[in-house]
Design a protein around this ligand. Structure first.
Ligand SMILES: Nc1ncnc2c1ncn2[C@@H]1O[C@H](COP(=O)(O)OP(=O)(O)OP(=O)(O)O)[C@@H](O)[C@H]1O
Length: 297
C-alpha cells in the first residue's frame, strides 16, 4: 500500500469549483510534485490531506490513518507548510520555533538553529514584523526542524529569492536521502523538474496527468536541430528517411527526432554533410506541461 493514499477525493464548492475524484498514491521516500495554475485545486487537496477539510466523497489515508477522522494522529507523522502563513501569538522567531518543537514532540532546537543559519534567518525578529521571505523561511525551518516522516507543503518556495530557493531544493534532496516522503505543490516548473520523482497535474479540480520525471529526464527519443550550408544538403538529408519534426526551409534547418539507438547511424550519415551547427533540443518539464495543457484545450 502507498504511504499516502488519496482516494476519489471530491469537494464540490458549486459552479465547477473544488476538486473532483482526485486519486493519488505517494510512495515512501518520494518527492511528489503537485502542479496546477491558480484555482486548480492544489490547496483544497492539501487541506484534505491535513484533515482540515471534510470531503464530500472519498478519503485520504496517511500511513493508513484516515486524515479526516484522525487529524490529530496524522499530525504526529506530518510536518506542514501552509500556502498562507499566519503565525499565532506575538513572539520572536526563536520562541515560535521552540514552541513548535515542544508541541510536535519531535526535533530539536539545535537542528532549528542550524537550519536558521543555513537560510540566514534572524530568529530574534518578531514573527509579525518579518518580511514575506522571512516568514516563509521560518515556516520552512519549523517544518524541517521537527523532523517528521512526511512533509506536506503548499508552494513552499514562495517568497524565497533564487539563492535561497537553491538552498531549499538542496535541503529537500537531503531529506529524501534520509527516507522522508515529501508532497509539495508548486507552480515553478524548474524546481519541480529539479527535485521531484513524480508529478501530478491538476486542472479545474481534476487530475489530468501523472508523470514519472525519469521519463522526461532520460527520454531516449531526442530532438536534434541542425542547419545545412547548402540547399542541396538540406534536401538530401530530408530524403534519408529520418523522422522529421519541423522544417524551416528558408533557413535550411531541420528538427530530426532520433532514438538513442539510431544516433550512430545519424553521426555516420552527417559526415557527408556540410553543417552550420548541430544541437540537441532538451525537453523540459515546462515544454511537456505546455503540450499537456494544449491537448486539454
Ligand atoms: N471555501 C471555499 N468556498 C468556495 N470555493 C472555494 C473555497 N475554497 C476554494 N474554492 C474554489 O475552489 C477552487 C480551487 O481552489 P484552491 O485554493 O484549491 O486552488 P489552488 O490550486 O490552490 O490555487 P492557488 O494556486 O491560487 O493557491 C477555486 O476555484 C477556488 O475559488
Amino acid at each position: 500500500m502507498a504511504y499516502i493514499n488519496i482516494d476519489h477525493l471530491t469537494k464540490d464548492y458549486g459552479k465547477g469549483r473544488g476538486i473532483f475524484d482526485v486519486s493519488l498514491e505517494i510512495n515512501k521516500g518520494e518527492i511528489y510534485g503537485f502542479v496546477g495554475i491558480n484555482g486548480a485545486g492544489k490547496t483544497t487537496t492539501i487541506r484534505h490531506m491535513m484533515g482540515f477539510l471534510k470531503p464530500d466523497e472519498g478519503n485520504v489515508l496517511i500511513k493508513g490513518i484516515d486524515a479526516t477522522k484522525n487529524s490529530a494522529e496524522v499530525k504526529r507523522h506530518v510536518s506542514y507548510i501552509p500556502g498562507e502563513i499566519n503565525f499565532p501569538g506575538n513572539s520572536t522567531g526563536e520562541v515560535f520555533l521552540k514552541d513548535q518543537i515542544y508541541l510536535s514532540g519531535r526535533g530539536s532546537w539545535e537542528h532549528a538553529k542550524e537550519l536558521s543559519s543555513l537560510f540566514q534567518l534572524d530568529v530574534t525578529a518578531n514573527v509579525h514584523s518579518m518580511s514575506k521571505g522571512m516568514k516563509q523561511k521560518t515556516a520552512i525551518v519549523s517544518a524541517f526542524a521537527s523532523d517528521a516522516d512526511i512533509l506536506i507543503m503548499d508552494e513552499p518556495s514562495t517568497g524565497l529569492d533564487p539563492l535561497m530557493r537553491d538552498v531549499f531544493l538542496d535541503l529537500l534532496k537531503q531529506e529524501k536521502e534520509k527516507g522522508k516522503t515529501i508532497f509539495m505543490s508548486s507552480h515553478i516548473f524548474q524546481e519541480v523538474e529539479e527535485v521531484c520523482d513524480r508529478v501530478a497535474v491538476i486542472r479545474q479540480g481534476k487530475i489530468i496527468d501523472i508523470t514519472d520525471m525519469k521519463d522526461i529526464r532520460y527520454n531516449k527519443n531526442k530532438t536534434y536541430r541542425m542547419e545545412f550550408k547548402s540547399r542541396e544538403d538540406f534536401e538530401r538529408f530530408l530524403s534519408l528517411g529520418y523522422q522529421i519534426g519541423q522544417v524551416k526551409a528558408e533557413d535550411l534547418q531541420v528538427f530530426a527526432q532520433i532514438h538513442d539507438e539510431d544516433i550512430n547511424r545519424l553521426i555516420q550519415d552527417l559526415k557527408s554533410f556540410d553543417l552550420v551547427y548541430f544541437k540537441e533540443i532538451k525537453v523540459s518539464f515546462e515544454n511537456y506541461i505546455t503540450e499537456i495543457f494544449k491537448g486539454e484545450d
